[in-house]
Design a binder for this molecule. Structure first.
Ligand code: GLU
Length: 294
C-alpha cells in the first residue's frame, strides 16, 4: 500500500514540464453555464501558467454524440472568449483531437493491459451487478462484485477484433491517494469505493476511463481541470496510467454548479445553455466575470 501511494504521489508531483491543460467536452448536448465555468477555470489556469490549452473532442460514443453539437460547442467556446492552440479545428502536434479518430491509441493500450493480465472479459450485465450489490450512489456506477471476477490465474481469451464482450480492469485492493489542486488530499480504497471498471465495451467502444487516461498521457497534459463529479474517475485513471507506465498529470477539480433548487446543472437545463443565455442578451464578459468573483 505504501509503495502504491508513494508511486502515485511521485507521479503526481513529477518534474515541472511546461503547462498543458485541456478542455474535453462531449458533444452530447448544448454546453451550459456549468461547462462554461469549468472551462473558464481550465483556461484561466493555463493562461496564468503561460501554458498551452488543448481542445479534445470526446466524441467516442456515437450513440450519444451529434455532429451539430461539435460545431455548436466550438462556436460557444469561441464566443465565450476561450482560445486553444491545439484542437480538431486547428490541428497540432498530437492530432487527431477527435477521440473517434484515436481508436488505434486506445486499442494499443488495451492490448498492453491484456498482455499484462490486468483486465478480464465480463459477461455480467449492469442489471446483474445491480441485483448483486444494489443501486449505485448518485453519479457513479455500482461497485462491481469481486465474486463476478474470474480467478486471477485464469488464462485470458484473445481480445478479438471487433470486440464483442465487455472488458474490465481488475482493480487492486489498495488505498489510493492523490493531491487535488482545489480540494487537497483525496483518498479512495479501490475494490471498496469503486470496483473493476470498464475499459472497453462489447459494442467495440473504448471506455471513457481508458480513452481519457490514454489521451491525457499521450497529449502530455500536465494538469487536468474538470468537474468534481469526476474525482472518483481520477482514481481509476491513475490506476490505468500506472498500469500503462505513464506519468500522471496533476488534477484540479472544480466544485459543481447547482441551480436554485440545489440540483446539479445538467444539459437538460436548456434555459441555462450558453445559446439560450446568448439569445437573451447575456455577454461573455458578464458570464465570465461572475466566475472570477467566486
Ligand atoms: N468529456 C467528459 C465530460 O464531458 C469530460 C472528461 C474529462 O474532463 O475528463 O464529462
Amino acid at each position: 500500500m505504501a509503495s502504491l501511494n508513494s508511486q502515485l504521489s511521485a507521479l503526481n508531483s513529477g518534474p515541472s514540464a511546461p503547462y498543458r491543460g485541456r478542455l474535453a467536452p462531449s458533444p452530447t448536448g448544448l454546453l451550459h453555464l456549468g461547462h462554461a465555468r469549468t472551462f473558464w477555470f481550465a483556461a484561466e489556469r493555463a493562461r496564468a501558467a503561460g501554458g498551452t490549452l488543448v481542445l479534445r473532442n470526446d466524441d467516442l460514443d456515437s450513440t450519444r454524440y451529434r455532429m451539430d453539437f461539435v460545431a455548436a460547442m466550438i462556436e460557444d467556446l469561441h464566443w465565450l472568449g476561450f482560445d486553444w492552440s491545439e484542437g480538431p479545428d486547428v490541428d497540432g502536434p498530437h492530432a487527431p483531437y477527435n477521440q473517434s479518430e484515436r481508436r488505434a491509441h486506445y486499442r494499443a493500450a488495451l492490448e498492453q493491459l491484456h498482455a499484462a493480465g490486468l483486465i478480464f472479459p465480463c459477461t455480467h450485465s449492469r442489471r446483474d451487478v445491480i441485483e448483486a450489490v444494489g443501486a449505485p450512489h448518485a453519479d457513479d456506477e455500482p461497485v462491481y462484485p469481486k465474486t463476478f471476477r474470474p480467478p486471477a490465474d485464469t488464462p485470458l481469451p484473445p481480445l478479438g477484433d471487433p470486440i464483442t464482450v465487455n472488458w474490465r480492469f481488475r482493480v487492486p485492493d489498495e488505498e489510493l491517494v492523490f493531491h487535488d489542486g482545489r480540494f487537497g488530499e483525496q483518498r479512495a480504497i479501490a475494490g471498496r469505493d469503486f470496483g473493476d471498471f470498464l475499459v472497453w465495451r462489447k459494442d467495440d467502444v473504448p471506455s471513457y476511463q481508458l480513452s481519457c487516461a490514454v489521451d491525457d498521457a499521450t497529449m502530455q497534459i500536465t494538469e487536468v481541470v474538470r468537474g468534481a463529479d469526476l474525482i472518483k474517475s481520477t482514481f481509476r485513471q491513475l490506476l490505468l496510467l500506472r498500469a500503462l507506465g505513464h506519468a500522471a498529470p496533476r488534477y484540479f477539480h472544480c466544485p459543481l454548479m447547482t441551480d436554485d433548487r440545489g440540483e446539479r446543472l445538467a444539459k437538460r437545463h436548456d434555459a441555462l445553455s450558453l445559446r439560450a443565455l446568448r439569445e437573451r442578451g447575456a455577454s461573455p464578459r458578464e458570464i465570465c466575470e461572475q466566475f472570477s468573483r467566486e
